[in-house]
Design a binder for this molecule. Structure first.
Ligand SMILES: Nc1nc2c(ncn2[C@@H]2O[C@H](COP(=O)(O)OP(=O)(O)OP(=O)(O)O)[C@@H](O)[C@H]2O)c(=O)[nH]1
Ligand SMILES: [Mg+2]
Length: 229
């Protein structure tokens, strides 16, 4: 099996230099976003996972029971569907359509913030493009990375996609009520997440039954308090 380090094209000095510049430019914009969030005392979260693991559904459930006020920036290759779902749930939301890009970049988020207006909210939640690889490489300026893994994806995914799970501050195992149906061992997923990051926090959650929702809401409430200090 050829690894990225052995691939002559991906490892060419010119390719590496271009990637370095792209990421450096992105980091500058991310730092600007972070400064804005800190100035305004707004917690910013970056929600990442495979397509369909339940990001938007979690946000809809959050809209129904959160004590904090939040807005959402949505990233998808096409359609406004996710932003419309959040708007129907009573949440201010702005859609970014990336076309072919498999991740959001800090610049896109900066423009979406300007269009959305984020005065008066406690938290801004960015739902990244559904993808368990690319979004992890692009900082957005958010304070915390939240990574979802749904039980139908399988309990072996943490160590197969380590870059994403290593970037996580919180792992939410979604569709928890389906765990036995998909032979998903919560212990295995948690153990493997701790192998990558011993201090990692995990929550087993079902947006359908409500399991884990109060733990998630408490996590966000506490993070908001830390940013407002
Ligand atoms: N059984 C069950 N289904 C869920 C749960 N959460 C989400 N779903 C379903 O999973 C499907 C995908 O959910 P979405 O919230 O659209 O997933 P997503 O991560 O936002 O998807 P993308 O935006 O395309 O990346 C929908 O049919 C949801 O109803 C859950 O807790 N339990
Ligand atoms: Mg979605």
């Amino acid at each position: 099996m050829q690894t990225i380090l052995e691939n002559p094209n991906l490892n060419a000095p010119k390719t590496i230099e271009i990637m370095r510049r792209v990421l450096a430019k992105n980091d500058d914009k991310a730092a600007q976003n972070r400064a804005l969030f800190d100035d305004m005392g707004i917690l910013a979260l970056n929600l990442m996972s495979s397509p369909g693991s339940g990001k938007t559904t979690l946000l809809e459930a959050t809209a129904r029971s959160a004590r904090f006020k939040f807005a959402v920036i949505e990233g998808d290759l096409e359609t406004n569907r996710d932003a419309e779902r959040l708007q129907r749930a009573g949440i201010a939301a702005r859609q970014i359509v990336t076309g072919t890009a498999c991740h959001l970049e800090a610049d896109m988020v900066q423009k979406a913030i300007a269009a959305l207006g984020i005065d008066g909210i406690d938290a801004l939640i960015v739902e990244n493009v559904g993808n368990l690889v690319c979004p992890a490489d692009y900082a957005l300026g958010t304070h915390l990375n939240i990574v979802l893994l749904s039980t139908p994806e399988g309990d072996d995914k943490v160590l197969k996609y380590p870059v994403m799970f290593r970037a996580a501050d919180l792992v939410i195992i979604t569709k928890a009520e389906l765990a036995s149906l998909f032979d998903f061992s919560l212990d295995r997923a948690r153990d493997e997440a701790r192998q990558l990051k011993p201090e990692i926090k995990t929550i087993a959650l079902s947006a359908k039954t409500g399991e884990g929702m109060s733990e998630w809401l408490d996590f966000v409430d506490n993070a908001i308090k830390r940013v407002k200090k």
